[in-house]
Design a binder for this molecule. Sequence first.
Ligand SMILES: Cc1cc2nc3c(=O)[nH]c(=O)nc-3n(C[C@H](O)[C@H](O)[C@H](O)COP(=O)(O)OP(=O)(O)OC[C@H]3O[C@@H](n4cnc5c(N)ncnc54)[C@H](O)[C@@H]3O)c2cc1C
Length: 285
Amino acid sequence: MKPPPFDYVAPSSIEEVLDLLSDAQDGASLLAGGQSLMPLLNMRFARPELIIDINRVDGLDGIVVSADKVTVGATVRLATIEHDAEVAAALPILATAASYVAHPQIRARTTIGGTLSHADPSAEMPTVAVALGATINLRSKTGTRSVSAEEFFESTFTTSKEADELLVSVDFPREAGMTFVYDEISRRQGDFPFAGLCLGLSVRNGVVASARAAAAGVADIPQRLPALEAALVGRSIAEATEDAAAAAAGEANPPTDIHGTAAYRRGLLRSLVRRILSTLDEEQK
Ligand SMILES: Cc1cc2nc3c(=O)[nH]c(=O)nc-3n(C[C@H](O)[C@H](O)[C@H](O)COP(=O)(O)OP(=O)(O)OC[C@H]3O[C@@H](n4cnc5c(N)ncnc54)[C@H](O)[C@@H]3O)c2cc1C
């Protein structure tokens, strides 16, 4: 199918984008990588009167690595995150997780701002953003605000971003001593996962000092898993593994759909907890 008619603009500054969004009053869509928006237009699920192409906007495509965070501009492509040497050295989980998204051709277009704004609950990068405790920076004509990733994702394809707001960047914190691992189970490599898990630990003297975790595909948002985190803290990884797996399965709220039942997805999450904890345990030795 072909998309319905729309007007198209390609501004070059953030201020122009904010003016256009303010004037359009909910009638505009931002075009970033286009890997979700274009199918939605072609299937006529989205019918914006105006498309604002942000690919040529100055100041949105940088990566800044500092001592305590990695700030990624909205139009940075996932392929860039995957292959950037500075990102790999500073926060390798970003590169690892990006490599799980779709296929190289799609990662060459997909932007970090697009995948976060699209808010697919099975998507990898939103899950990593929640697990790491990322901060999402938004701008509108009336001001700037920052929200935590947990506050940003509200339900399937729905975020707390207002229609006149542009996601400008994401701050991924670098927590000293934390090692994060991402793993997922999908039908074929590059498919959206049935379930995915990002789990980070800091371990001191063989005991888990802190843990952060979020899962993909097991709720209508990328879901933080506080019971899993609590089951790990204060114990050795080996001692806590089965309790952590049970806690994660218990707090997940997966859908039953054509791809599998809720019970099936809970089982996958248990397996992912075991797999990742085994990897982290090996890394400690
Ligand atoms: C075959 C295929 C397989 C895929 N597999 C996966 C997968 O395994 N995992 C996965 O996570 N994704 C997958 N995707 C989705 C892909 O990652 C999308 O590109 C992504 O969801 C959207 O990013 P985008 O930059 O293309 O955004 P676009 O499609 O351009 O935009 C998506 C939405 O976000 C809004 N938006 C974009 N940028 C901003 C911004 N800066 N501020 C505010 N709003 C903004 C747009 O207006 C639109 O509503 C797949 C896509 C395809 C086509």
